[in-house]
Design a protein around this ligand. Structure first.
Ligand SMILES: [Zn+2]
Length: 164
């Protein structure tokens, strides 16, 4: 299960790849990429235990990215008012679906996380587990993003050189 750091790295990279540049837009994208973990708060409210229902609610089901995408598309249309263009609706809907979908896809990846059950050890064991998992995320997703962005930049340079 990826940490908030892993979801943030991937959310930031996806938003940049989609052309988002404003700090508010990038911060929103990071928040949307982490949205499925809102079930920690919902679980705490419902059961008094943040992890009792974690990854058991709809927010971690494959349909959730589609629901968030549809809601985002509708919100984009309504906020735009008048006659929204297709890109007013589809572009934010697709990006939101991709951001939430990245979370759903990342959580089950078999990276070498410390899988100590939450709440089973001392506070320091919990902090050490979270820190280790963040290091795993930084190494894996950080390297992945740098690799993909590096390829994109090299391809852009080649196109510039051959194009003129
Ligand atoms: Zn999650």
């Amino acid at each position: 299960m990826a940490t908030p750091l892993g979801h943030s790295i991937v959310g930031y990279a996806l938003a940049r790849a989609a052309g988002v540049k404003s700090p508010l837009g990038l911060a929103t994208a990071i928040g949307v990429a982490a949205l499925p973990d809102v079930d920690v708060f919902l679980s705490y409210l419902a059961k008094g235990d943040p992890f009792a229902l974690h990854r058991e609610m709809i927010t971690h089901k494959p349909v959730f990215p589609l629901l968030v995408g549809v809601a985002t598309g509708l919100a984009g249309s309504l906020l735009r008012g008048g006659r929204p263009t297709r890109s007013d609706t589809l572009r934010p809907a697709a990006l939101a679906t991709m951001l939430v979908g990245s979370h759903i896809a990342m959580d089950p990846l078999p990276l070498p996380y410390d899988t100590m059950p939450p709440g089973s050890g001392s506070l320091w064991q919990g902090v050490a587990t979270l820190a280790w998992n963040a290091v795993i995320d930084l190494a894996f997703y950080g390297a992945l993003v740098m690799l993909v962005r590096g390829r994109g930049k090299r391809a852009g340079r080649r196109a510039t050189v051959s194009g003129g």
